[in-house]
Design a protein around this ligand. Structure first.
Ligand code: NGS
Length: 326
């Protein structure tokens, strides 16, 4: 009797030791997986300048009396903000120099013109933080930029891809050579995160506080993405078929890969963002199916086939409003 209870006890100890060893192994493996995505592949700091894509709109009058703007100090800045430093209210915000959501530095000729496209519906409290924060941020970057807010006016399911296509049409008509597709709930934290395009598409929001600053997967392009206008045309923009949450960005990543473009990123300590809290949009249960069907239809479904009703295009001080019904 005593012998068998001793045997049971030894067995129990062995089983629990095995469980502990397995759990430790899983933790170590997870640590290394996370580490890989934490230190995701990126363009080294020293090579960034060569990979930036310069270009301004022909409408921007540059003056010979002024020097070209410089960007080295911005790229080398070590200054980062913490998410808890971000004001929740901007009572003393000054829109100096901003007109129709657009700004250009006065002291020098910028080398970059950037259209920032923000898709929007019913997120007033986030917009109230986003606009002053981004204008304060962008005015320090020596770039010429313009914020377009593309608002879905109808009650139909949310369609971010279509809204980006509509915004891109306006920005391309305004001859912006670079588009930054920007979620309204994301705010950059590192001052070295220069808001410009690179020669290849650039995923900017690689390191978000909500995801413990880990890049969740290599082909992620959602959040904030910078893309040259000619590349947006080349991939035919987003598919118009994704309603609700999810899939449209992964589909865009497929389009980018199919046109043999790669996705570049700045180093992690230049790509940190904070995400403003919000209720998630309802997920699109069809998204995987649409993605697999879409691979054959890039040239028919996208920027060249977006159909919408324009409700209002109205310049406001902090943004150019494009209200549409889909
Ligand atoms: C993927 C979604 C993407 C989304 C990404 C990150 O699963 O649209 O998660 O989402 N793809 C599909 O659903 C097919 S996030 O964690 O940022 O909310 O962007």
């Amino acid at each position: 009797m005593a012998k068998s209870s001793l045997r049971n006890r030894i067995l129990q100890i062995r089983v629990s030791s095995c469980i502990i060893v397995i759990l430790c192994l899983i933790t170590v493996i997870q640590f290394f997986i996370t580490c890989g995505k934490y230190n995701y592949p990126h363009t080294p700091r020293t090579e960034l300048v060569d990979k930036l894509f310069t270009g301004v709109t022909p409408f921007l009058a540059s003056k010979q009396s002024k020097p070209d703007c410089t960007y080295i100090n911005i790229l080398q800045s070590k200054k980062s903000h913490h998410s808890w430093d971000i004001p929740r209210k901007y009572d003393d915000f000054s829109p100096k120099g901003i007109m129709n959501g657009s700004y250009a530095p006065e002291e020098c000729n910028p080398l970059f013109s950037v259209a920032i496209l923000v898709t929007y519906r019913n997120r007033q409290s986030q917009l109230d933080i986003f606009l002053p924060y981004m204008h304060n941020w962008l005015r320090k970057q020596n770039i010429h930029y313009k914020i377009y807010l593309i608002e879905q006016e109808d009650e139909k399911p949310w369609n971010k891809g279509m809204l980006y296509n509509i915004g891109a049409k306006y920005a391309i008509a305004d001859k912006f050579p670079c588009l930054i597709l920007h979620d309204v709930d994301l705010l950059p934290l590192d001052e070295s995160n220069l808001y410009v395009c690179m020669k290849e598409p650039r995923h900017m929001s690689a390191s978000i506080d909500k995801f413990r600053f880990v890049l969740t997967y290599d082909t992620l392009v959602g959040g904030v993405l910078a893309m040259r206008s000619e590349q947006y045309l080349l991939v035919n923009g987003f598919s118009n078929r994704f309603h609700g949450w999810g899939g449209e960005d992964d589909d865009l990543a497929d389009r980018i890969a199919s046109r043999k473009l790669s996705i570049l990123r700045f180093p992690r300590d230049m790509s940190e963002y904070t995400m403003l809290v919000h209720h998630p949009e309802p997920k699109n249960s069809e998204r995987q199916r649409i993605m697999s069907e879409n691979k054959q239809h890039i040239s028919e479904d996208g920027l060249n086939s977006v159909v919408y009703e324009s409700i209002q295009v109205k310049p406001q001080r902090l943004f150019t409003m494009i209200k549409v019904k889909l």
